[in-house]
Design a protein around this ligand. Structure first.
Ligand code: XBP
Ligand code: MG
Length: 253
């Protein structure tokens, strides 16, 4: 089966958005609302076990704040807090402080040159994806991706496979014609659940996750002058970075 399409997760995979993007935006929304909820770097790492911002806030209150008396309209309050958080996150992206991870732009450009199809499968809100792509790839960045599966478009977020299945259906592709790119255990469970071979690039929050079932686990995709480190998986030729030729080999493996 030929490799036809690359499907990317966003948070932690395209860019390291969690610690200095999402976490900061949540905290801004909380203090703006007069709440004493503040998520430090370490706590946020634990809260990442639950994907989705609204789901994460519910999880925080349920597991970390037994002292908090939920008002009757708690669900609406979380929805409002989440809208404020999205506003803060997109504003942060427009400040252009969070770059794409090593090798991401290079690989996307090469994929486009070689006629591969590109898509996104993420739990984050669509506006966040648009803001990140515009700030890193330019105003037409979103148009590089044929389908952007994001947020509440499927009811069950990662680790459920639904968002990857949604993208495959929209593109009329079988999983065997694609590779997925993920950074986390929840992401890998989701992509594998949809039958996708998966490339993992770890980050500070996910380096100790369980990645069995991945084709390869790397520190990042690398650049020609900055080869990636293979953490688990086959050696890639010499000093090369992850390019389309390497991906085709991993896909046929
Ligand atoms: C990303 C997430 C998202 C963001 C927050 O997971 O878990 O929930 O942290 O996004 P993945 P929203 O990279 O596996 O898709 O606040 O917009 O929900
Ligand atoms: Mg991720």
């Amino acid at each position: 089966m030929n490799l036809e399409c690359l499907i990317f997760d966003v948070d932690g995979t395209l860019a390291d958005t969690e610690r200095d993007g999402h976490r900061v935006a949540f905290n801004k929304a909380f203090s703006e609302a007069g709440l004493d909820w503040q998520w430090d770097v370490e706590l946020y790492g634990r809260l990442l076990a639950v994907t989705g911002g609204k789901e994460r806030m519910h999880h925080y209150i349920d597991t970390h704040r037994p002292d908090y008396n939920k008002p009757d309209n708690f669900d609406d309050m979380v929805t409002e807090l989440h809208a404020a958080k999205t506003r803060h996150f997109t504003a942060l992206m427009h400040e252009e402080r969070i770059p794409l991870r090593p090798g991401v732009a290079r690989l996307l450009i090469e994929a486009r040159e070689q006629g591969l199809r590109l898509a996104i499968a993420t739990t984050t809100t669509p506006a966040n994806v648009s803001a990140l792509l515009a700030s890193t790839l330019g105003e037409d960045g979103e148009s590089w991706f044929e389908v952007i599966g994001a947020g509440d478009v499927v009811p069950a977020k990662k680790p459920a496979p639904d968002i990857f299945n949604y993208v495959l259906n929209k593109m009329n592709l079988s999983a065997t014609a694609c590779l997925a790119f993920e950074d986390s255990e929840n992401g890998l469970r989701s992509s594998r659940g949809a039958g996708l071979k998966t490339i993992i690039t770890v980050n500070g929050y996910t380096q100790d996750h369980e990645f069995s079932g991945a084709e390869i686990v790397l520190n990042n995709l690398g650049e020609p002058d900055q080869p990636p480190k293979v953490i688990v998986g086959p050696t890639i030729n010499g000093n090369t970075c992850i390019d389309i030729a390497t991906l085709k080999k991993l896909h046929n493996h």
